[in-house]
Unconditional design. Structure first.
Length: 152
C-alpha cells in the first residue's frame, strides 16, 4: 500500500492566501460596481442623441432631450463681436439645424456646457465639417492637431 503525505502548511500561510483571495475579490467587485454606474454605449463612451433645435454660434448648439448647451470639441468659431460670426453660425445652421445628431461627451467646460464630438446621421463630424468650411478653426490647444493631421 502506498501512502502519500503532504507537507502541512502553517496556519499563517493559510491565512495569508485567504487574505489575498479576499482582497482580489473585493477589488473585482469594486470595479464591476463602478462600471455598472457609468452610462455609456458599447465602447464605453457616454453619448447623447437628439434633434438640433438651436444654433448658438459656429461652435455651440442645443439638442432636444439634453438641457445643457453643447460646445463642439476641437473647433473655435468667431464670437458675436468678431468678424465671421454670422458666416460661421450660418454654416453650422446649414449643416445641422433640424438634424438628428449624436454626440460623444468628452467634458463639461467651466460654463457648464457639455463638450462633445458630434456627428450627423451620415457619420460626418460637425467639428471637422466646420473646419473644412473655413468658417471656424481647429482649437489645437485641445485637439493637438487631431483634425489637421487627418487632412494630410
Amino acid at each position: 500500500m502506498i501512502y502519500y503525505t503532504t507537507k502541512p502548511t502553517s496556519p499563517d500561510m493559510d491565512m495569508f492566501f485567504l487574505l489575498i483571495i479576499c482582497f482580489v475579490a473585493i477589488i473585482l467587485m469594486a470595479i464591476i460596481a463602478f462600471l455598472d454606474r457609468v452610462p455609456a454605449n458599447d465602447f464605453g463612451i457616454k453619448t447623447v442623441k437628439g434633434r438640433v433645435v438651436r444654433i448658438v454660434d459656429g461652435d455651440s448648439l442645443y439638442i432636444s432631450g439634453h438641457k445643457p448647451q453643447i460646445r463642439l470639441w476641437g473647433v473655435d468659431a468667431p464670437e458675436r463681436n468678431e468678424a465671421g460670426f454670422h458666416e460661421a453660425t450660418r454654416a453650422l445652421k446649414n449643416l445641422a439645424h433640424g438634424a438628428q445628431i449624436h454626440c460623444n461627451i468628452l467634458d463639461v467646460d467651466r460654463y457648464g456646457r457639455t463638450v462633445g464630438r458630434c456627428f450627423l446621421p451620415d457619420g460626418r463630424d460637425l467639428s471637422k465639417a466646420m473646419i473644412e468650411s473655413k468658417t471656424a478653426k481647429e482649437y489645437t490647444r485641445f485637439t493637438r492637431g487631431y483634425y489637421s493631421s487627418k487632412s494630410r
